[in-house]
Design a binder for this molecule. Structure first.
Ligand SMILES: CC(=O)N[C@H]1[C@@H](OP(=O)(O)OP(=O)(O)OC[C@H]2O[C@@H](n3ccc(=O)[nH]c3=O)[C@H](O)[C@@H]2O)O[C@H](CO)[C@@H](O)[C@@H]1O
Length: 368
């Protein structure tokens, strides 16, 4: 069967990777399928998607400012233009379905598709729905969710909601290969802690780690920090200024094959974005979660609490995060394999690992 699918989703990795994971599974089941990804030139999708070998087209759009300003007039102009550009792109490609995985670029793309009568699906990764998905819920055909709590945000359209989980979970859970730690300058035989602040990095986490750096000297484990592209130079500069460089700590800007690296990781320290948590649960990994306080309705804390409640993770609130608290939380778990194993087991029990197949079923019912 040939499926032609337009994918859209952007801004951060948490919206992009689920779309790509779903695409990979569809390709596996229906190798003749064709895909087009529509994003913006400014979001992470403009680098991640072409790197994944997927056809990419961009539309121009910007978010609304809270205050009245000329910028808002420009936003409205760009919104109207991006809807007509999206219509052109969709007509030219002729998809069977258009799928949006969040981020504001989905608004014009999915809206245009619905006006053209093309079947539409949105995927909400979080327990609290994003603004774009709430807006689109009115016009799309199906709303795929990953947390039961998200139903409340779409309560006007209960018939459209399908609980599927996040495609990235199925992708990481079915992956056979794992990364080579030597590629990161790490030793194959040492237990490994992986630290990252979501797909864009988190300044406070980086700063706390730099301050904690000397504490990791002579520890029987190793640490890899992914700073986020924009923070890398600042972190590297501070570390280079230290007299004692540790050979059990490595720092990189970004990790491009995260699923493979997860398979070699003994402890995750990260923000609690929904897609990261999906991966942690699908693989059964112990984690220390530091929710970003800068997100809608503090949803990252809710995400993290759902794991903490089940004994699958520990949480440090950003206000309590400093060198000492970060180091102690890591060290306590890294010297206690039994506790890590118990957390891993609890995390694994929470994972849903057939999300892509469930979404494919939704696509098939829409195209009957
Ligand atoms: C600040 C903000 O608005 N964050 C939101 C954003 O986060 P963000 O994009 O950071 O979200 P997630 O944690 O959900 O996903 C990050 C993704 O990037 C990957 N990764 C990360 C670092 C790296 O070096 N390499 C790499 O591949 C992770 O494995 C994961 O697949 O989208 C999520 C929705 O899905 C939300 O829950 C988050 O609240």
């Amino acid at each position: 069967m040939l499926m032609k699918i337009v994918l859209s989703g952007g801004g951060t990795g948490g919206h992009i990777y689920p779309a790509l994971a779903l695409m990979n599974r569809i390709k596996e089941k229906y190798p003749d399928s064709e895909f087009l990804y529509v994003g913006t030139d400014r979001g992470l999708e403009s680098t991640i998607v072409p790197k994944a070998g997927v056809a990419f087209k961009s539309v121009k759009i910007q978010g609304l400012r809270r205050s009245l300003s000329l910028q808002n007039l420009k936003t409205v102009y760009l919104m109207i233009k991006s809807i007509s550009d999206s219509k052109k792109i969709i007509k030219e490609f002729g998809p069977d379905v258009v799928i949006g995985t969040g981020g504001y670029v989905c608004a014009p793309v999915l809206y245009a598709a619905s006006k053209l009568g093309v079947p539409t699906i949105i995927h909400e990764q979080n327990s609290v729905a994003g603004v774009t998905n709430k807006f689109l819920s009115r016009v799309v055909d199906r709303i795929c969710i990953c947390f039961e709590d998200a139903r409340g945000d779409f309560s006007a359209y209960p018939e459209k909601i399908v609980f599927t989980g996040n495609p990235r979970a199925q992708e990481v859970a079915s992956l056979k290969e794992s990364a080579d730690l030597k590629d990161y300058g790490l030793k194959e035989e040492l237990p490994t802690v992986l630290i990252f602040g979501g797909s864009r990095g988190a300044r406070k986490l980086n700063e706390s780690f730099v301050a904690a750096y000397p504490f990791f000297k002579n520890k029987p484990y190793q640490v890899l920090l992914a700073t986020g592209d924009v923070h890398y130079n600042a972190v590297e500069k501070e570390i280079s200024a230290l007299t004692d460089r540790l050979d059990n700590v490595r720092i990189v800007p970004y990790i491009h094959d995260m699923p493979k690296l997860f398979k070699r990781t003994d402890l995750i320290v990260s923000r609690s974005g929904a897609t990261t948590l999906t991966e942690v649960m699908a693989l059964g990994l112990p984690s220390i979660l530091i929710p970003s306080p800068y997100v809608t309705n503090n949803h990252q804390q809710k995400n993290a609490e759902s794991l903490v409640k089940n004994g699958a993770a520990e949480m440090i609130l950003e206000k309590d995060l400093q060198a000492q608290s970060l180091f102690e939380a890591i060290d306590k778990l890294m010297i206690n394999e039994t506790v890590r194993k118990e957390m891993a087991l609890q995390a694994k029990q929470m994972g849903i690992t057939d999300a892509s197949d469930r979404i494919i079923d939704v696509i098939l019912t829409l195209n009957k």
